[in-house]
Ligand binder design. Structure first.
Ligand code: NAD
Length: 720
């Protein structure tokens, strides 16, 4: 099948892009467009030309798989294609349906006219990959929609329906639905016939009109800077759009090209592109394929209406799946439901939800104290206390009442899912679904594959995750799974640095400057210091030789559990979120240093950052070595979506690969030589030693989601 379908009808040449599913502008498609255009220009019977896509997309833009090779820049390069289309001496009309994004939108802007379905999706998503539109979009778009709209859309990457541009020059015709159908082809044909023989209007010949352009750009710059969180692309996008008012068209294009080129090779864009591919790769699970059977999930039961259970239930009703909410005690059930109601009411107050929708969702939750209410559920998710005996009791009871084929999931953070599965007579139907708090908001879901979890159970869990809008990453069974096992090493370093001379504020500030949303102490105050205390106490019992981390224990012994108690590592004033230093904590730290006979030293910020990050990386590499994670990029996804790792750094494994594994090893050796280092902590993971010796990075490990070094070519997980 040809990449362009070429037909001529009533003097109109139809060039239909045929690169399914979304008409990505690959090198082959770009060539096809130019060749077909030449053919239409050479045919005297052709008097107008239409560029059209398919129902799903006019075009979703550049083929970003080409970013890593030469094909992206191969001739005809997309900016040239847009110019060639614009230079056509016969009128060219874009017929736009579905996604019209990025490079696809730029191609449409190169056309002389545009006819769009009202629900076509219009966007410039480039900033999300650390880029700006690079094929004339920053210059042509403002000429058609005005400066303000152009800045808003290009800087944010937001998607708008074509209908939102009614009245702007962007679309010559917006085709609304007539009943169930909309006749895009008919409307385009009619329009094309109407402009034959009329003078051609080229976007480059228009001017951007704004009464106070300079002042507006200045104003926008302040706004963008305050929300860009250190990212370069949004401000550079603004620079490029500004060139559309203060420079001539061709010089504006040169400015856009220059900025695009700089961003394309920036670490920020590489990291964001890595994150994009990593998320895609995470959805592919070793041992599963499209043919793996799936179970139907039409109803869900959640056991435990506490912090997690309530949020988990909301995920499902938000996706239209009714939930039975089970509790042991009426007061806990009432509290849980009240929390859910309050949450929805908050959304109504903020104008994010209609009151009737909020009421509908609450009504989709059926509360009960009777476990037999779970008998019809297709999926049961347990979120009771983190205590193996309580879990045992719950799973035995669920095993007795749940219907055959129901999936039984645990939300445990640290307990052994294999043991939990063994409490039932159907371990193949059991797995972990580890949500993050707040469960209705956090995107990450660790799907924990136990030894006996059946493939169809795992495959079903992955699609359930998609249905409720989560980013799922598969983890094997180990203490803490991928995310918490690594964070444990990270927190341990944070606490050791307090003993050695740092303050909680210094540690938090240093890693926040690196880009983390929150440092370890502010984070712990938010999550509740009692959670990690509970885990530490279990670790002390299981590993009697482990040295207790007394500073953290003493903070908890005082009941300083964080924001919820008003005191933690910091103190909090009522109604305020500011974390204020507290002399009580400083006192505890000073006493413990004395008890440990440590003379405090000034720890450089660079050491703080590296110790925290490389603790993550070393544990991450062990997790890969053990096959707990399928690929290095899955670990990055866990950290980017669940732990506030700065997205422009691409995740811990990606970051380590940029630093270089030899350099990482050298640094870990330095840390190991510290007289206060925990014995064995900095013993490098075998995988790091091996990769460093071969001059490789995590990018070279199989199945890695990054497009760097061509690793996209390798399919499948690390271990098959
Ligand atoms: P929670 O204490 O807020 O809620 C637990 C609820 O379970 C309580 O309402 C309790 O009444 C109920 N419950 C206890 N025994 C029960 C039984 N036999 N039958 C029915 N209900 C029972 O706890 P949580 O923070 O929501 O944690 C729940 C689970 O989720 C734990 O396994 C925890 O490790 C895990 N988890 C917690 C977080 C977090 O940040 N809080 C994050 C991820 C996972």
């Amino acid at each position: 099948m040809s990449i362009i379908r070429y037909t001529v009808d009533a003097g109109i040449a139809w060039l239909t892009l045929n690169n399914p599913p979304l008409n990505a502008l690959s090198h082959e498609l770009r060539q096809g467009i130019v060749t077909a255009l030449d053919k239409a220009l050479a045919d005297p019977k052709v008097r107008a030309i239409v560029l059209a896509g398919n129902d799903r997309a006019f075009s979703s833009g550049a083929d970003i798989k080409e970013f890593s090779g030469n094909a992206f820049y191969a001739e005809p390069f997309l900016p040239a294609v847009c110019d060639i289309v614009e230079a056509s001496f016969k009128p060219v009309v874009a017929a736009i349906s579905g996604a019209c994004m990025g490079g696809g939108l730029e191609l449409a802007l190169g056309c002389h006219y545009r006819v769009a379905l009202a629900d076509a999706k219009i966007s410039f998503p480039e900033v999300k990959l650390g880029l700006i539109p690079g094929a004339g979009g920053t210059q042509r778009f403002p000429r058609l929609v005005g400066l303000e709209t152009a800045i808003n859309m290009i800087v944010s990457g937001a998607t708008m329906p074509a209908a939102a541009f009614k009245g702007a020059a962007l679309f010559d015709v917006i085709v609304a639905k007539d009943g169930e159908t909309a006749d895009l082809a008919g409307a385009t044909r009619k329009f094309a016939l109407s402009i034959i023989d009329k003078p051609i209007r080229r976007v480059r010949g228009l001017e951007v009109k704004h009464p106070q352009a300079e002042a507006f750009v200045q104003f926008a710059r302040q706004g963008v800077a305050s929300v860009a969180r250190g990212l370069a692309a949004p401000l550079r996008a603004l620079d490029a759009v500004a060139a559309s008012v203060n420079q001539k068209f061709d010089s504006g294009i040169a400015t856009e090209q220059k900025i695009f080129g700089e961003l394309m090779v920036s670490d920020e864009s590489k990291a964001l592109r890595h994150a994009f591919f990593a998320e895609r790769a995470a959805s592919k699970v070793r041992g599963l394929d499209d043919k793996t059977a799936q179970r139907k999930i039409a109803s869900v039961a959640v056991v435990g209406a506490g912090t997690m259970g309530g949020g988990i239930a909301m995920n499902f009703v938000n996706a239209g799946v009714p939930v039975t909410l089970l509790e042991a005690r009426q007061d806990a059930l009432d509290r849980g439901l009240a929390g859910i109601r309050k949450n929805y009411e908050g959304a109504v107050v903020k104008g994010k939800m209609k009151p009737e929708d909020a009421a509908k969702r609450v009504a989709m939750i059926t509360p009960s104290l009777d476990f037999s209410a779970a008998k019809n559920a297709d999926l049961v998710i347990e979120a009771v206390f983190e205590d193996l005996n309580v879990k045992k009791d719950v799973f035995k009871r669920l095993d007795a009442v749940a219907k055959r084929g129901a999936i039984l999931a645990t939300n445990t953070s640290t307990l052994d899912v294999d043991r939990i599965a063994a409490f039932t007579k159907r371990p193949g139907d059991v797995l972990g679904l580890h949500f993050f708090s707040p469960a209705n908001i956090m995107r990450l879901l660790e799907v924990v594959r136990a030894k006996k979890t059946r493939p169809d159970v795992l495959a079903t869990a992955m699609s359930v995750a998609r249905k409720i809008g989560k980013t799922a990453v598969v983890s094997g069974v180990c203490d803490g799974f991928i995310g918490n096992r690594m964070i444990n090493a990270y927190s341990q370093q944070a606490l050791l640095m307090l003993e050695e001379g740092a303050s909680p504020q210094q540690v938090d500030k240093a890693i926040e400057k690196f880009g983390f949303a929150m440092g370890p102490f502010r984070m712990s105050d938010l999550a509740g210091n009692d959670i990690s205390w509970h885990i530490r106490k279990r670790h002390y019992a299981e590993h009697p030789r482990q040295r207790p981390l007394r500073i953290a224990d003493r903070v908890c012994e005082l009941g300083r559990f964080g924001q919820k108690t008003g005191l933690g590592w910091y103190r909090y004033e009522p109604g305020k979120r500011d974390a204020l230093p507290d002399p009580v904590v400083d006192g505890i730290i000073a006493e413990e240093r004395k008890a440990l006979k440590i003379a405090p030293r000034k720890i450089p910020d660079a050491e703080i950052v590296d110790r925290l990050l490389f603790a993550l990386v070393n544990e991450g590499a062990r997790i890969l070595d053990e096959g707990i994670a399928q690929r290095a990029s899955d670990i990055d996804v866990v950290y980017l979506t669940g732990y506030g790792f700065p997205v422009h750094r691409g995740g811990p494994m990606f970051h380590a690969s940029r630093v270089g594994l030899k350099a990482v090893l050298r640094r870990m050796k330095e840390f190991a030589a510290n007289p206060h280092a925990e014995p064995g902590f900095w013993k490098p993971a075998k995988l790091i030693v091996q990769l460093a010796a071969e001059g490789k990075t995590f990018d070279d490990t199989p199945g890695h989601g990054s497009m760097t070094k061509g690793s996209m070519k390798k399919k499948g997980g690390r271990r098959g």
